[in-house]
Ligand binder design. Structure first.
Ligand SMILES: *[C@@H]1O[C@H](CO)[C@@H](O)[C@H](O)[C@H]1NC(C)=O
Ligand SMILES: *[C@@H]1O[C@H](CO)[C@@H](O)[C@H](O)[C@H]1NC(C)=O
Ligand SMILES: *[C@@H]1O[C@H](CO)[C@@H](O)[C@H](O)[C@H]1NC(C)=O
Ligand SMILES: *[C@@H]1O[C@H](CO)[C@@H](O)[C@H](O)[C@H]1NC(C)=O
Ligand SMILES: *[C@@H]1O[C@H](CO)[C@@H](O)[C@H](O)[C@H]1NC(C)=O
Ligand SMILES: *[C@@H]1O[C@H](CO)[C@@H](O)[C@H](O)[C@H]1NC(C)=O
Ligand SMILES: *[C@@H]1O[C@H](CO)[C@@H](O)[C@H](O)[C@H]1NC(C)=O
Ligand SMILES: *[C@@H]1O[C@H](CO)[C@@H](O)[C@H](O)[C@H]1NC(C)=O
Ligand SMILES: *[C@@H]1O[C@H](CO)[C@@H](O)[C@H](O)[C@H]1NC(C)=O
Length: 377
């Protein structure tokens, strides 16, 4: 008797047994056993189920993970009351799923939607706390409403219908940002001030990173279709900055950057003809190397006084090495290489009619046999 009373008293603050053990769910009937658990104190796994719809209404909080893996008949999933997930909310490889409804979700450690190629709708209203967001190979047109000011990692890969990437509330990224192959999407990070990990932005049609002041790792701008971008506020780069393969890029600006602790590579941007006085007006000291390769007509670094690594230029436009060498070769600690190639005059054509490339100038002590810009990667 006494024991029973003690047991009752002790158990009051705890969650009922069926709400505190990890559970595997295969059907809507299985959900019945936990539907009364407003707070579920463990993890829920749904793997290899044949159910077509699953509705977890009633559950507001999950302290562990909730995972949906390899459910090849699952069409739609409702987590209509779910507000917080202590661990990961994961959808992996559910090939038929079309919709995920999590309208009340406000806090989740990781949201991972990976390889759900039919997934078209994601209803969220206000995810204000999240550490990791990973959305890969879906048909989603939205990544959900993320109002968090701080995040660790963001990975958005190969979501062909994702046209608007909006992280306009985000201020700090403590990890990496990898946004690639969401063809033609625009990305807005207008309040983001720092990225602690590496970052890659690829195949975007617009990018706003104008508030970033510091980059603690590499920053890659690859294969985008925008014509210009700016890192208006950037004053600190701890590793490399690479701007490559941007098919329409004609200009960019990094006005406050004076010191780069790594290197700078600007290669294979087919219409970026000028690095003007406005591109890097303050750049003073590059600790690593500088690699420039492309159709340059002019290259200027008005405030550059020191490069500790190599400086290598391969220019196919009107740019000529002579003045550039005079200005910069003495302030480069590493090897200075400059190559300006001119398209041949019309009389200099091969028998098949294609223009010959003449190397008019090779400076710095070694001849580059082939263009090496892309082999950097
Ligand atoms: C995804 O499902 C396919 C079957 O359609 C299976 O071959 C593959 O191993 C699954 N991937 C994972 C990561 O479980
Ligand atoms: C989103 O949720 C947070 C935290 O609950 C709240 O402070 C904020 O006002 C909400 N924002 C909107 C737009 O509802
Ligand atoms: C980025 O966003 C800021 C703040 O809204 C705005 O002032 C700026 O013009 C935007 N930059 C670009 C390149 O769109
Ligand atoms: C970026 O950082 C992540 C996590 O540290 C790492 O797995 C990835 O390989 C890095 N990517 C690049 C391009 O350096
Ligand atoms: C640039 O484009 C070339 C050819 O399309 C490709 O092989 C290379 O991997 C790309 N490099 C980067 C950094 O995107
Ligand atoms: C040139 O670099 C020096 C040293 O970093 C800096 O003090 C100065 O403000 C820079 N000049 C311009 C015009 O940005
Ligand atoms: C520049 O290119 C050379 C030759 O490909 C390479 O050895 C060097 O590491 C590159 N420098 C940077 C900063 O990437
Ligand atoms: C670029 O800046 C340099 C050094 O301040 C100056 O000599 C040159 O005239 C400027 N070029 C242009 C096109 O403004
Ligand atoms: C090189 O300069 C000539 C003469 O100023 C100009 O006609 C031509 O367009 C320039 N080439 C490029 C690639 O801009």
């Amino acid at each position: 008797m006494k024991l029973a009373i003690i047991y009752t008293v002790l158990s009051l603050p705890f969650i009922a047994a069926q709400c505190s053990d990890d559970v595997k769910i295969s059907s809507q009937a299985d959900i019945g056993s936990i539907a009364s658990c407003s707070k579920f104190g463990a993890s829920i796994t749904v793997e290899g189920s044949t159910a077509t719809t699953l509705d977890f209404s009633g559950i507001t909080q999950i302290t562990g993970d909730i995972s949906f893996i390899n459910n090849f008949n699952l069409n739609s999933l409702s987590l209509n009351d779910l507000k917080t997930v202590g661990g990961t909310l994961q959808l992996l490889n559910n090939t038929q799923i079309i919709g995920l409804s999590i309208p009340k979700l406000s806090s989740v450690k990781s949201l991972e939607l990976v390889n759900n190629p039919a997934l078209r709708t994601l209803s969220t209203t206000n995810i204000s706390s999240i550490n990791n967001l990973q959305i890969t190979q879906t048909s989603l047109s939205t990544h959900g409403t993320i109002t968090a000011k701080t995040i660790d990692n963001i990975e958005l890969i190969s979501n062909s219908f994702l046209k608007v990437i909006d992280f306009s509330s985000l201020i700090t990224a403590n990890g990496y940002i990898n946004i690639v192959d969401n063809q033609g999407a625009t990305a807005n990070f207008q309040r983001l001030t720092s990225i602690a990990g590496n970052s890659t932005f690829r195949q975007l049609s617009a990018l706003n990173t104008s508030a970033i002041t510091s980059l603690s790792n590499t920053f890659n701008v690859f294969g985008n279709t925008f014509t210009s971008f700016s890192l208006e506020s950037l004053n600190q780069v701890s590793m490399d900055l690479t701007i490559a393969n941007n098919t329409k890029l004609t200009n960019f600006r990094i006005p406050l950057l004076s010191y780069v602790d790594g290197g700078i590579q600007i290669v294979n941007n087919p219409v970026l003809t000028d690095i003007t006085n406005d591109t890097f007006p303050a750049l003073n000291y590059v600790k690593g190397g500088v690699n420039l390769s492309g159709p340059f007509n002019s290259i200027s670094f008005p405030n550059l006084t020191r490069v500790d690594g190599a400086l290598s230029v391969t220019a196919s436009g009107n740019f000529t090495c002579d003045d550039f060498q005079t200005q910069f070769s003495d302030l480069v600690e590493g090897q200075f290489t400059c190559e300006d190639e001119k398209p041949a005059a019309t009389t200099d054509t091969k028998s098949n009619g294609s223009p010959t490339i003449l190397k008019s100038n090779v400076l710095g002590g070694f001849v580059m046999i082939a263009l090496v810009g892309l082999s950097l990667f």
